[in-house]
Write a protein that binds this ligand. Structure first.
Ligand SMILES: Nc1ncnc2c1ncn2[C@@H]1O[C@H](COP(=O)(O)OP(=O)(O)OP(=O)(O)O)[C@@H](O)[C@H]1O
Ligand SMILES: Cc1ncsc1CCO
Length: 537
């Protein structure tokens, strides 16, 4: 097969030691090829050369049947003996130039790269493809273990590879539940490049049903590539391309979600700060959803299948382990995950914690004030004072939210006197609310709570086959119109604040805070539709 025709979508690295008891290596291999494996690499350690050659020869007989290229890990002598498609070398194996001299120009030569320098060297040495990793720790179920490159780090390497168009597969700790996160989260910072495929070992080899395991992985990768091809310039990949929108449709969509909440009473899991925990739970109840504020890692893993959405707000970071586990489980269970990085730019501890969380899981929505969004976007235009944003805000907020949404493949919500929301494509501006919101603590945190609740509703609405939902795609992390969910959270909160501020019994922040909870509970959808000030920019 010509080098250019190789499809790297699902790259299987063999590992005979990982086979389930009683499963034959060749049988497992053949089933995985039937499931859709597109490249095979034979990896054998501590084995006699004669035996390696024999395994490679028999493996090639099977891969040839499926017209799938076979690569040999590290051993050029074995490659020369069996004459398969090529070899794969690691950084501590023979240098690339030497491998090329021995194997010749026809051989496919791939190399493992773990950072930008190694990627640049691979390009300079004309590697035919690179294996980028390790993404996550392998051989471990402990999700709190230190992440290696993470999807973010893979994205930085992909950026370097964009120009040479060197194909890239990611490797290390890849299993079906984290594949959508990996594919979306590793789109290079300026969206120029994305993964050509994923390399897996135990996700297929250790399976008793490798055909099904491979087919599932292949389906996710294929879906991702389809979306990426169809919308290269508008990378709201988590959500596929945005449906056609009008302000009227958006506002009536919000009203519909208010009904969904009442009907479905979604459970909204919140790991939030100890300043706002009570107000947030009451705000959740007031709109008709059901709050659960659990933080212990053992608790949160069990909860995940039952919840409608997860909120991670790190205003007072005391539960990092719980945040890591709960977020990963939300991705695994494909539940909306709203991330509120309170005061993220204020201290190095917060910046590091945020980086660590974002390497472990993919948020569906990122919500913050100007200082927080600025810090995540690495902009210095807006300053913070503790949890507050100070100054006039961004000169071009629409561009800030759109750019960060693209970079993070998430909906971004920027709060303030006016709120900006984007999925990386569309930008919405809402101008509801009241200045009294700036006089009570946790108004941003409660906005996050409501965004999470309405994202839960948007997903349920989609699953029930509701009108206007986003087209389903197997590589999407979350199903449903999450931009609409985020908009609903912002609008309901701010319209309730307007109603509260208008009340005669409200004399200041204290009475306003109580009235706000009342109005969240009492607001008719028709009044929201009347009040809503939404623009599509
Ligand atoms: N002056 C204002 N007029 C109208 N709405 C406002 C105003 N200030 C804030 N809001 C609204 O209040 C909510 C919180 O936004 P803000 O940007 O103040 O959050 P925050 O700084 O994160 O708050 P906190 O740290 O207290 O939780 C948002 O829904 C926003 O729309
Ligand atoms: C005041 C405060 N400090 C940490 S979190 C929080 C709530 C508002 O963000």
């Amino acid at each position: 097969m010509p080098k250019a025709d190789i499809d790297y979508s699902l790259y299987l690295v063999t590992g005979r030691e990982l086979l389930p008891e009683g499963k034959d290596y060749y049988e497992s291999l053949e089933e995985s090829l039937q499931g859709g494996v597109t490249v095979v690499q034979v990896r054998e350690k501590d084995i006699d050369t004669g035996e390696f050659v024999e395994i490679a020869r028999r493996t090639k007989e099977i891969t040839d049947k499926y017209n799938v290229p076979l690569l040999i890990n590290d051993r050029i002598d074995v490659y020369l003996a069996v004459r398969c498609a090529g070899i794969h070398i690691g950084q501590s194996d023979m240098p690339l130039a030497q491998a090329r001299a021995l194997a010749g120009d026809d051989a496919v030569i791939g190399i493992s790269v773990g950072n930008i320098d190694e990627a640049q060297a691979a390009i300079a040495g004309h590697a035919d493809y690179v294996g980028v990793g390790a993404v996550w720790p392998t051989g471990s179920k402990d999700v709190t273990k230190k992440v290696k490159l993470g999807p973010d780090g893979v994205g930085r390497v992909l950026d370097v590879l964009a120009e040479s168009k060197t194909p890239a597969v990611a490797i290390g700790g890849i299993h079906a539940p984290n594949v959508p996160f990996l594919l979306h989260g590793s789109i290079s910072p300026n969206a120029r490049n994305s993964l050509d495929g994923i390399a897996v070992i135990s996700a297929v080899v250790a399976s008793k049903t490798p055909r099904e395991a491979a087919a599932n992985l292949r389906n996710i990768v294929d879906s991702f590539k389809r979306v990426r091809r169809s919308a290269p310039a508008a990378p709201a990949f988590v959500l596929e391309s945005s449906p056609v929108r009008s302000t009227e449709a958006l506002v009536s969509g919000v009203a519909a979600l208010m009904e969904v909440i009442q009907r479905e009473v979604p459970l909204v899991h919140q790991i939030t700060n100890n300043v706002v925990i009570n107000d947030s739970a009451n705000a959740t109840l007031a709109i008709g959803a059901s709050p659960i504020m659990a933080t212990n890692p053992r608790d949160v893993a069990d909860l995940s299948p039952a919840i409608g959405a997860l909120l991670v707000n790190f205003g007072t970071i005391t539960d990092k382990e719980g945040m890591l586990v709960a977020g990963r489980q939300a991705n695994v269970n494909r539940k909306p995950l709203v991330y509120d990085p309170v005061a993220v730019g204020a201290t190095s501890f917060r910046r590091e914690t945020s980086k660590e969380l974002l390497a472990h899981w993919q948020p569906t929505v990122i919500k913050g004030n100007a200082a927080e969004i600025g810090a995540l976007a690495q902009l210095t235009e807006v300053e913070s004072r503790g949890v507050d944003s100070v100054g006039k805000g961004f000169a071009d907020p629409a561009n800030v939210v759109r750019t960060l949404a693209r970079k993070r493949a998430a909906i971004v919500v920027l709060t303030g006197e006016e709120d900006y929301l984007s999925d990386g494509d569309v930008v919405l501006r809402t101008s509801n609310g009241h200045a009294l919101l700036g006089k009570i603590t946790g108004s941003g945190c409660m906005t996050g709570t409501l965004v999470a609740s309405f994202c839960a509703a948007a997903r349920l609405h989609h699953l029930a086959g509701g009108k206007g939902s986003v087209f389903e795609n197997d590589s999407q992390l979350v199903q449903g119109d999450m931009l609409l969910g985020a908009l609903a959270g912002v609008l309901v909160f701010n319209c309730a604040a307007e109603r509260a501020a208008e009340r005669d019994d409200v004399r200041g922040p204290g009475t306003f805070r109580a009235a706000l909870i009342d109005e969240l509970a009492n607001m008719p959808a028709a009044d929201l539709v009347k009040r809503a000030k939404v623009e599509i920019l």
